[in-house]
Write a protein that binds this ligand. Structure first.
Ligand code: GAR
Length: 218
C-alpha cells in the first residue's frame, strides 16, 4: 500500500497531532505523518512529535508579521521538499492567504471544536456556553479562505451540561476530536471523500443509529 504523505501543522499542545500520529502508526493506515511543522518554536507538540520519531520543522511566523505570503513561501518549499500530499491543521493558529488555501483545496483539513457552522473563530467553547446550546462537538472540514469554514467531512457531538465550563466542555470535545480526525484523514487518504459544490460526501456512508439528547433529567 502506498501511504499518502501528510504534514501536520501545529502551534501548541498538539493533542490532535498525537492522535493522528498514533492512528497512522497502524500498518493498515493509508497515510503516514511525514512531517510536523510548527510556526512556534516553543510549541509543546514538537516534543511529542520528536518522541514519536516524526520529522519536525519550525518555521517561525512571527518574523513575517503581516507578510503571510512570505511565510507561506517558506512553508510551501518545506512541503515540496518532503513530497507532502495532504495537510492536517491541528490547532494551527495562523491564518492563510486565500491563494494558499486555494492551492491546497481538497487536500488540507482542519479541526475545530464546535459543530460548524456554529461558533467559528476564537473561544468556541465560551461561544457555545453563552449561546446555551445543549449539544456541541467537533468538526473536521476542508480549508477554504474563510476561517473555520469549508466542506464538512465529519462531525462528532457531545452533550453540554449546565455545570460545564469552557475547560470541562473543551475536554469532552477533545475526546471526540481525537476520534474523528484520524477517521476523516483515513477516508480522505483512501479516496472515499469527495467535494460536491460546497458540501462533502463520503462513499458508502450512512447515518449512525444513535440519537444524542440533552439534557436528561434523572
Ligand atoms: C483543538 O481543540 C482544535 O480543535 C482547536 O485548537 C485545539 C488545539 O489543540 N482548533 C481551533 O480552534 C481552530 N480554529 P491541540 O493542539 O491539542 O490539538
Amino acid at each position: 500500500m502506498m501511504k499518502r504523505r501528510v504534514a501536520i501543522l501545529i502551534s501548541g499542545r498538539g493533542s490532535n497531532m498525537a492522535a493522528l500520529i498514533r492512528a497512522a502508526a497502524a500498518a493498515d493506515f493509508p497515510a503516514e505523518i511525514s512531517l510536523v511543522i510548527s510556526n512556534k518554536a516553543d510549541a509543546l507538540g514538537l516534543e511529542r512529535a520528536k518522541a514519536s520519531g516524526v520529522n519536525t520543522l519550525v518555521i517561525e511566523s512571527k518574523p513575517f508579521g503581516k507578510d503571510r505570503a512570505g511565510f507561506e513561501k517558506v512553508l510551501q518549499a518545506a512541503l515540496d521538499q518532503h513530497g507532502i500530499e495532504l495537510i492536517c491543521l491541528g490547532g494551527f493558529m495562523r491564518l492563510f492567504t486565500a491563494e494558499f488555501t486555494k492551492a491546497w483545496y481538497g487536500r488540507m483539513l482542519n479541526i475545530h471544536p464546535s459543530l460548524l457552522p456554529l461558533f467559528p473563530g476564537l473561544d468556541p467553547h465560551g461561544q457555545a456556553l453563552r449561546a446555551g446550546v445543549k449539544l456541541s462537538g467537533a468538526t473536521v472540514h476542508f480549508v477554504i479562505p474563510e476561517t473555520d469554514a469549508g466542506p464538512i467531512v465529519m462531525q462528532g457531538a457531545v452533550p453540554v451540561s449546565d455545570y460545564d465550563t469552557a475547560d470541562t466542555l473543551s475536554e469532552r470535545i477533545l475526546e471526540v476530536e481525537h476520534r474523528i480526525y484520524p477517521e476523516a484523514l483515513r477516508l480522505l487518504a483512501i479516496g472515499k471523500v469527495r467535494i460536491e459544490g460546497d458540501v462533502c460526501k463520503t462513499d458508502g456512508s450512512g447515518p449512525s443509529e444513535n440519537f444524542l439528547v440533552a439534557p436528561v433529567v434523572g
